[in-house]
Write a protein that binds this ligand. Structure first.
Ligand code: SF4
Ligand code: SF4
Length: 365
């Protein structure tokens, strides 16, 4: 659904409501159901996360059917403005996600410090069971509202990432990220120290002046954020192996969460402010393509596949991370992250029998 509007009936809120109705949310048996509405409040300093008011039409539909929606989130792995429930709720309110805007209360689903979880069996290649946030597990239904954009490890972030990473406990996030083993290339490192503070657990240091900069493997949580911190490319991971494993494990976690809500889950992606990095950073880069609109499905794999194709169909925006690679109908995030297999989330989902990346696109006015 595109963004053009000729009157109040085409307002973006009305469009999101129509889109939600088109995937069966209108008329669904919401009565008395506790409905986790999973979104992303954005790290403090970021600004590309979905507008809080976009949540409202979904809340209104659920409430009209007698359901009890709540905005659901989980703790981040790294120290930041969302690593415990207190900081997370404060960040959500600062970013406009209070009940007065969205119409729903806020709930951090894995508890005060990210430890409340339930184990769920999954038939993956890496995972046999996954740890998901208790509040997500116990909810009667799930609506996932995701911002579609690029991602420095998983290629893109959309419904699958919000489901797999976003609905998991802290232990699960650690299990996904421990595949990442960054190292500092001494030949490239100019010892500027920029990465020392960037790493939220202070795993990167130079023990003494003159010694190489090194990463303490006992402290490192594998979040991958230092890759962005270093301006000279001196921090690297094994892209073929590390990023691949994180992505595949994330998809298996997504399948685990989805398995608990198969017939009671709905997915809406917001394709505006399509930036190259996730909303977990304390800043947002310029968008790489123009705003596209909104998309929805009951299949998170089909939805992300369609959104990736929509992004690739656009002409790129100048003065963005795309540089001069601005042609329409060419891969975009592949250009920003040439070492990543950007379609891996989709191919791995197919491999483990999760969802369907072959989709039919229905365009609504
Ligand atoms: S991946 Fe980098 S930023 Fe993240 S914890 Fe390890 S050293 Fe720190
Ligand atoms: S930011 Fe890069 S160049 Fe600077 S100290 Fe860290 S690894 Fe070295």
């Amino acid at each position: 659904m595109g963004l053009r509007a000729k009157g109040p009936a085409d307002s973006h809120l009305a469009k999101i409501g129509k889109l939600a109705a088109s995937i069966g949310m209108d008329g669904f048996a919401w009565k008395n159901k506790l409905v986790a509405l999973k979104t992303h409040f954005g790290e403090r300093g970021s600004s590309a996360f979905p507008r809080p008011i976009y949540v409202r039409p979904l809340v209104d539909i659920i409430k009209a059917g007698g359901g009890k929606p709540f905005l659901a989130e989980t703790a981040t792995l790294y120290t930041g403005s969302r690593s415990n429930a207190v900081d997370h709720l404060e960040t959500a309110i600062r970013h406009g996600f209070g009940i007065e805007v969205t119409g729903a209360p806020l709930f951090i689903c894995d508890g005060l410090t990210g430890r409340d979880h339930q184990m769920v069996p999954v038939n993956g290649i890496h995972m046999r069971e996954v740890s998901i946030a208790s509040g997500i597990y116990e909810a009667d239904a799930l609506v996932v509202l995701s911002h579609f954009k690029g991602h420095e490890v998983t290629g893109f972030g959309g419904a699958l990432k919000n489901l797999g990473m976003g609905c998991s406990s802290r232990a699960a996030k650690l299990a996904m990220h421990t595949s990442i083993r960054p190292e500092v290339l001494d030949k490239k490192c100019v010892r500027c120290g920029r990465c020392f503070d960037w790493c939220s657990v202070r795993a990167i240091s130079q023990k003494k002046p003159g010694l190489p900069v090194a990463i303490d493997p006992d402290l490192c949580r594998g979040c991958g954020e230092c890759l962005i911190a270093c301006r000279v490319g001196a921090i690297r991971i094994n892209w073929d192996n590390d990023a691949r494993q994180v992505t595949e494990k994330m998809v298996e976690h997504a399948m685990g969460v989805w398995s608990t809500k198969k017939d009671v889950s709905f997915f809406v992606n917001i394709l505006t402010d399509i930036v190259p990095l996730c909303d977990c950073y304390g800043f947002s880069d310029a968008p790489v393509v123009p705003d596209i609109g909104f998309a929805a499905s009951t299949d998170p794999v089909a939805l992300d596949a369609a959104c990736l194709d929509l992004v690739n169909a656009q002409a790129g925006l100048a003065n963005s991370a795309l540089g001069t690679a601005l042609k329409a109908d060419e891969p975009k995030f592949d250009h920003v992250y040439p070492k990543l297999d950007v379609r891996l989330q989709l191919s791995h989902a197919s491999k483990i029998g999760f969802g369907n990346s072959e989709y039919e696109r229905i365009i609504l006015d």
